[in-house]
Ligand binder design. Sequence first.
Ligand SMILES: C[S@@+](CC[C@H](N)C(=O)[O-])C[C@H]1O[C@@H](n2cnc3c(N)ncnc32)[C@H](O)[C@@H]1O
Length: 349
Amino acid sequence: MEDQAGKHVRRPRYRGTHPRTYKEKYKELQPEKYADTIAKVIQKGSTPAGMHISICVKEILEFLQIRPGQTGLDATLGYGGHAQEMLKCLEREGHLYALDIDKGESEKTRKRLELLGYGPDILTIRNMNFARLDEIAAESGPFDFILADLGVSSMQIDNPDRGFSYKYEGPLDLRLNPEKGVTAAERIKKISREELEGMLIENADEPYAEEIAKAVWEKKRTGLEISTTTELRQIIEEALAFIPAEKRKETVKKSCQRTFQALRIDVNHEYEALYEFLEKLPDALAPGGRAAILTFHSGEDRLVKKSFKAFQKKGVYREVSNEVIRPSAEECLRNSRAHSTKMRWAIKA
Ligand SMILES: C[S@@+](CC[C@H](N)C(=O)[O-])C[C@H]1O[C@@H](n2cnc3c(N)ncnc32)[C@H](O)[C@@H]1O
């Protein structure tokens, strides 16, 4: 087994027959080498560590109608699964631009796609916030197609060092760009009880926002810092101890999910970035250009719906999706992370 610098390192030993922690899943983290393991994990309906299974690929490609020679943008590169499919449609003619604010993950994706033959002649990758859509469009010329698959990738969620999941012990970080901004732990340190309560309601419709904000505030008052994912989870568990035992486990799980989502949206300024992107989208599209957006919670979907309808009313978009498009039941069965996905699209006049 080799580390990132190519040096030989002893592989982690794990107890029992199956690896449990992220670091023990060294086979899943080397998909080129252990294709059988990857196939088995996917067949079980799970996402291998260090990988992301792209959602609604068929629906996106059907809508975007990509043709050789076109110029497109993948505003959220991630693992590059969608990018790879879009590149196939270009048949080596045209160009795909791709953005991501996660430098570490996009570097891995750049290498992976280069090995598949997609180098700088056909693919340009930038570490850039999609809120700066106007800047990339000024460089590339207007886009024939644009995709944004919002939120976090499985690689980010599953890596405990990033702090995205309440399920794994790790630093309470939650930044998509680990080189910029404040961590969720720093944010919690400074936030008032009222502001935290408001954030939990606004970003995640958390029904126990008041109880959770109070519990966090009481913990901080004793002088304790909340610096890890499990510390925050414990506080949520304690705050919800009044829930009847038979319902508690499920309620705590949901409140943990929503609290982490609310903090992630906040530290990454996700609504602000999406709002700017949506405002700049029409000018970045060529006449007849197509844009598809995948969202993962109601706050995001509301923003997309509102923007698409408003620009359609002004005659900027020729057509927009009237209903959300959902992944098929079969896709949700194969990929549990597809459950909450909603897709909307727009065509420039
Ligand atoms: C759901 S993943 C994309 C997965 C990708 N479509 C694939 O098939 O592998 C979302 C990605 O968007 C990135 N991202 C989130 N917000 C962003 C922003 N404002 N600007 C650029 N990238 C962003 C995240 O870092 C993450 O890698």
